[in-house]
Design a protein around this ligand. Structure first.
Ligand code: HMG
Ligand code: MG
Length: 313
């Protein structure tokens, strides 16, 4: 889906892609961190709005333990009732084999695996050490691939851990490599609590793209400290072609203090439009979806573009 790089437009522009695959995580990463337990029917309406806006990769839920993340407890029924649409891939997280059993029973065909780049976040988030999680991921991947499922693998706290501080890039790339050896189609490097800096993003992007190729790498950015767009630009200028975002900028990881605020889909889309990078997604449609989250569910919408669009009406 990603296009050839643009040439000869000066520093930074040279490696920017012509098109970007935007991976929407709002119904999962967004809603998992809202105090409100959104009813299933409303989640389906939210997803329908995202599809109508032209999104083709949407992470809708997580087959995690309902006690750990009650907001995702209805993943089974949700996945069963998603509207089938040509070219639309619905994704969900699986933390272990029990999650995979549930996902396969519900008919999920696109799944995300979890791993953390710090021991403390790993234990807080999945209650296991990194090695034990990766051993479980090996079993999950083998069974999922045999069932025809496409996988992506998250490396959380890849740019800094709220519990441990700095995270070595070599450790992150090793985890990414392990995922790819398992047969994962794409790894998503997560700035779980927005701790990265633009130079760190550039370094990681350069090394990951050199090692694995652009198709196999996504950046999953959180806007916790207001640096999400700067990081997206840094990644784009290194040739990154898949970026994760959450409509309205809702969300975060409940097991990483201060994780609130995924990079907002509409903020990222506006930036991409200004850079002349195509996505196939309708910015007004995403704003309408955020307005619906605000009006129907009463959610606070942190997106700056959304606030501008509302003031302009
Ligand atoms: P645990 O308590 O260690 O589970 O939780 P266990 O293996 O000891 O099992 C205890 C019981 O739970 C058993 O039942 C299991 O069957 C059941 P019992 O025998 O007692 O009746 N169980 C399950 N039930 C339903 N679904 C399951 C499941 N697994 C076990 N999947 C566990 C371990 C992994 C389940 C738990 O820690 C968990 O659910 N963690 C998920 C936390 C989470 O969702 N975090 C947010 C997502 S990560 C994120 O946001 C970051 C990301 O966005 C990227 C970034 O920003 O960097 C992806
Ligand atoms: Mg996240």
């Amino acid at each position: 889906m990603s296009g050839a790089v643009r040439q000869g437009e000066g520093t930074g522009a040279a490696r920017r892609p012509r098109t970007v695959r935007l991976f929407e995580v709002g119904p999962r990463d967004g809603l998992q961190n809202e105090a409100l337990l959104v009813p299933l029917e409303q989640k389906l309406r939210f997803v329908e709005r995202l599809v109508a806006a032209g999104l083709t990769d949407i992470e809708v839920g997580a087959f995690v333990h309902p006690r750990w993340v009650p907001q995702m407890a209805d993943a089974d029924e949700l996945v069963r009732r998603l509207p089938a649409r040509d070219g639309v891939r619905y994704w969900a997280l699986v933390p272990n084999e029990r999650g995979l059993d549930r996902a396969l029973a519900a008919g999920a065909m696109h799944l995300g695996l979890l791993a953390s780049a710090s021991e403390t976040h790993s234990r807080k988030n999945i209650n296991r050490s990194i090695d034990v999680v990766q051993a479980e991921n090996r079993r999950v991947a083998a069974r999922a691939l045999a069932a025809g499922v496409t996988l992506r693998g998250y490396v959380s706290v890849a740019f800094g851990c709220p519990y441990e501080g700095d995270v070595p890039l070599d450790r992150v790339l090793r985890l990414a490599e392990e995922y790819l050896e398992l047969g994962v189609a794409q790894v998503a490097l997560g700035d779980t609590t927005g701790m990265a800096g633009p130079d760190q993003i550039r370094r990681a992007a350069r090394r990951a793209l050199d090692a694995f190729g652009a198709e196999r790498v996504a950046f999953h950015l959180h806007d916790t400290r207001g640096t999400g767009l700067v990081h997206a630009l840094a990644a784009l200028e290194e040739g990154v072609t898949t970026l994760d975002a959450s409509t309205g900028g809702i969300g975060g990881c409940p097991y990483a203090p201060g994780a609130a605020g995924n990079l907002a889909t509409e903020d990222l889309l506006y930036l991409l439009e200004r850079l002349g990078i195509g996505t196939g997604i309708d910015l007004d449609g995403i704003v309408a979806a955020s307005q619906w989250l605000c009006d129907e569910l009463g959610l606070a919408i942190p997106s700056r573009y959304f606030r501008f669009a509302m003031a302009d009406r």
